[in-house]
Design a protein around this ligand. Structure first.
Ligand code: HT9
Ligand code: FE2
Length: 361
């Protein structure tokens, strides 16, 4: 059978994983922070965030919904391809997913990461964990990572509509004076310096998304909302510089300069992860309430049909490229489509080299 997905015989959804019950929280945090320089106080603090939500992260349920939506989208577009799911840090683990794929006779799969941007944490670390997962698995399927999709129209347009909807939810009398506050996960400055093939891709890619959303919101509303890129979820010791400003500090700064309203746009997250429901919906919303600022949070891409259809588009694009055909790589904004195969040293591991899949190194 020749399908649009050839040479692939499967799709693998690669994600972070999260705890599903209180007893999972400590072992999950140990998995995430093994070998990382994260202070104990930070772990206690993050453990309390999970406890506040019954010890259950929303991320796995969101991936289950995403998988169901991807399967339905592929099937209704005539693409008969099994879809698997594995996580770096919690059950179902990557090694189990790959074992199942091998047992099912899968030989070559495309992999979609639930991270839209280039950085060690969002790309190479996943590639390293994939390499580790196949290291003891003779005959494991070959894997190709689908390109970073921060600037794919399916991702950006979902976020544009979510921003417009959140603006519409602000009180009428403050809407025109609102600021857009684009939020992503903070990372160490040194990690940003080494993101992508030439460095700083993490911030550069986020800025491109922020600018494109700002332009499209202006087209729709006739108003250019002032914007900033800010960060949440800083960890690591205080002596190590991470990307700033923190979202709470930024809201305070806006308030002090007389801004009465803000829309939080979590462009760094593809669904409502713990960072979104805790750092934004709980903590940042409380900061805004204390300041007396109106504040709405835009929805994440989640299972927006455009975002789900993007997965099919990226799969078919890469499949065609692997077959040696010319491909039309859909992108919006100022940054061109990113590479299919990561170059040597792309998103360098600052702790030293570890084997990684899906790259030329
Ligand atoms: C760039 C980035 C993404 C986005 C890309 C992607 O999506 O992969 C991301 C996603 C996520 N991060 C998550 C959770 C955690 N991240 C931590 C720690 C860290 N994250 C970092 C960066 C990122 N992280 C970094 C540089 C660290 C320091 C330690 C290290 O260098 O690795 C810690 C340890 C405690 C703490 O320090 O906060 C936890 C618990 C969850 C699950 C959430 C849920 O349960 O819904 C998700 C999706
Ligand atoms: Fe994280």
């Amino acid at each position: 059978m020749v399908s649009g997905a050839a040479p692939y015989d499967a799709l693998l959804l690669v994600s972070f994983g999260g705890p599903e019950k209180p007893e999972d929280v400590v072992p999950f945090l140990r998995n995430v922070t093994a070998g990382k320089n994260i202070p104990d106080e930070r772990l206690v603090e993050v453990g309390a965030h999970y406890a506040q939500f019954g010890g259950r992260s929303p991320i796995n349920d969101q991936n289950r919904d995403f998988l169901a939506a991807i399967r339905e989208d592929l099937a209704s577009n005539g693409i008969d391809l099994p879809v698997y799911w594995g996580n770096r840090n919690w059950d179902p683990y990557l090694v189990d997913a790959l074992g199942k794929m091998k047992a099912d006779g899968i030989t070559r799969a495309a992999a979609l990461f639930t991270s839209a941007y280039s950085s060690y944490s969002g790309c190479r670390q996943y590639r390293e964990d994939l390499a580790e997962a196949v290291s003891d698995l003779e005959g494991a399927p070959r894997l190709d990572k689908l390109r970073a999709y921060f600037n794919h129209p399916g991702f950006v347009e979902s976020n544009v509509d979510a921003t417009l909807a959140a603006l519409a939810d602000l009180p009428d009398d403050v809407r025109r004076e609102a600021h857009l506050v684009f939020v992503t996960h903070s990372i160490p400055e040194a990690m940003n310096e080494r993101s992508g093939p030439v460095g700083r891709a993490y911030v550069h890619q986020h800025r491109a998304v922020m600018d494109e959303i700002g332009d499209r919101v202006r087209e729709e509303t006739g108003h250019r909302y002032p914007s900033a890129l800010v960060y949440c979820s800083r960890s690591g010791p205080p002596s190590v510089p991470w990307l700033e400003p923190d979202v709470n500090d930024h809201l305070t700064t806006l308030h002090n300069s007389g801004v009465p309203a803000a829309v939080l746009v979590p462009i760094g997250f593809v669904s409502d992860h713990m960072e979104v429901i805790y750092d934004l919906d709980t903590e940042a919303k409380a900061t805004a309430a204390e300041l007396g600022m109106a504040c709405e949070r835009a929805a994440t891409a989640g299972v927006d049909p455009r975002f789900v259809a993007m997965v099919r588009d990226l799969l078919l694009e890469r499949a065609a490229a692997e077959r040696g055909e010319d491909v039309d790589r859909k992108v919006v904004g100022a940054v061109p489509a990113t590479w299919d195969v990561c170059a040597p040293g792309c998103c360098a591991n600052l702790r030293g080299p570890r084997p990684a899949l899906c790259g030329s190194d």
